[in-house]
Write a protein that binds this ligand. Structure first.
Ligand code: NAP
Ligand code: MG
Length: 400
């Protein structure tokens, strides 16, 4: 074996739970450490360590991403009542991703990995479509009531000096019904706009944004206006220089254009639109196990991960000693994403070339017919073979 590729500044490595934790170690052992002198700042967010540190380790990990700039994260369990019992937890700790997102004030971008022989359900989609989801406010932080017949629904805004503004929503006459109040903040929308525009520049892709501002003339209009303001003041010149375009359109029109497109752009979505559309896009491109996710903060910190969870059912089979055919591709691409970002920041051309070679080796392995079970079920390749996770990784290593 020749000299391994060198690194300079470490990547913040955030370990996790269950099957993805097992695969995490295998990816390092089989695909990274033999080729790269890996430098990482290691944080263990496995549930046992979160319990031992009363979840402080999650905050430390997020702070480390702020310090070093680039992190890579394994999937982690978000505890519910079952998990509290299973792991004997003293608290129902919050979602680590939620904690990290709040500290980095980030926007999440999700993009599918396209592999030969896996054909999207929309045949004209030739390039990935990246969904940027605004992860704050709207219906996710709502206040709502059931109303009875005879109730009057009003919107009341109380100013700092006590002055009140009122709007009638609805007088429920014959029938009861429902009312809801939602909000967002200028600051959060501005960060979202900046994160999207930075990411568009970074990945050299056009940016699309859409709302329902013809109907919601104040609320949705505010999103549109803030995006316009941020774009004109800070990004217009940079986009022109980068040869990319920012386009605003109505959400209905955006959906029609997305379906007709050949992909290769970023679609910025309000919170609810992003929740729904990211599942639609992931499914239409093939498999959740082929979806990457990156958290980008407005200050330019990056945290890469696979979009899927800890693949619990496969883990229980693994613990019983069975060989599982769990797909490691999105985990590998989280690592290559982080390594490429680090390489770009530190000017390490060999590290960047290695990451590209690793991604190509993964895609070539799948295109040659060697794949995990989830892809086996989808692949159009005739001479295909389903392999276990480790065997898949060893096949990729052979190509490297
Ligand atoms: P999941 O782990 O994504 O798995 C759901 C199902 O999708 C699996 O049972 C499996 O289907 C399939 N799948 C997902 N990833 C796969 C892969 N790499 N290879 C092959 N198949 C794959 O979601 P979940 O079961 O809802 O959640 C499990 C745990 O993950 C939960 O504790 C949740 O809190 C956590 N979670 C963490 C994150 C994160 O940290 N980012 C995200 C989501 C969920 P089959 O069983 O049919 O093979
Ligand atoms: Mg969803």
């Amino acid at each position: 074996m020749g000299d391994r590729v060198k690194m300079n500044v470490p990547i913040v490595e955030i370990d996790g739970d269950e099957m993805t934790r097992v695969i995490w170690a295998w990816v390092k052992e089989i695909l990274l450490e033999p080729f790269v002198e890996l430098k990482t700042e290691y944080y263990d967010l496995g549930l046992e360590e979160r319990e031992r540190t009363k979840d402080l380790v999650t905050i430390d990990a997020a702070e480390a991403v702020k310090e070093f700039g680039v992190g890579v994260k394994c999937a982690t369990i978000t505890p519910n009542e079952e998990r509290v019992r299973e792991y004997g937890l003293s608290e129902m700790y919050k979602s680590p991703n939620g904690t990290i997102r709040a500290i980095l004030d980030g926007t999440v971008f999700r993009a599918p990995i396209l592999a030969g022989g896996i054909v999207p359900y929309i045949p004209n989609w030739k390039h990935p479509i990246t969904i940027a989801r605004h992860a704050y406010g709207d219906v996710y932080k709502n206040a709502e009531f059931l109303a009875a017949a005879g109730d009057k629904g009003e919107l009341v805004l109380t100013a700092a000096d006590g002055n009140k503004r009122r709007l009638k929503i609805k007088t429920f006459e014959e029938s009861g019904g429902i009312v809801q109040g939602v909000h967002n903040t200028d600051a959060s929308i501005e960060s979202f706009a900046r994160a999207c525009m930075n990411y568009a520049l970074d990945t050299k892709q056009d940016l699309w944004f859409a709302t329902k501002d013809t109907i919601s003339k104040t609320y949705d209009r505010r999103f549109r206006d803030i995006f316009d303001k941020v774009f004109d003041a800070e990004y217009k010149v940079k986009f022109e220089a980068g040869g990319i375009v920012y386009m605003y359109t109505l959400i209905d029109d955006a959906v029609a254009r997305v379906i007709r497109s050949d992909g290769g752009f970023i679609w910025a979505c309000k919170n609810y639109d992003g929740d729904v559309m990211s599942d639609m896009v992931a499914t239409a491109f093939g498999s959740l196990a082929m979806m990457t996710s990156v958290l980008v903060s407005p200050q330019g910190f990056f945290e890469f991960e696979a979009a899927h969870g800890t693949v619990q059912k496969h883990y229980y089979r693994h613990v019983k000693g069975e060989t599982t055919s769990t797909n490691p591709v999105a985990i590998i691409f989280a690592w290559t994403g982080a390594l490429k970002k680090r390489a770009g920041l530190d000017g390490l051309t060999e590290l960047s070339a290695f990451s590209e070679r690793l991604e190509a080796a993964v895609l070539d392995t799948i295109a040659s017919g060697v794949m995990t079970g989830d892809l086996y079920a989808l692949s159009m390749i005739e001479e295909k073979r389903q392999v276990g996770t480790r065997e898949f990784l060893e096949n990729v290593a052979k190509r490297l």
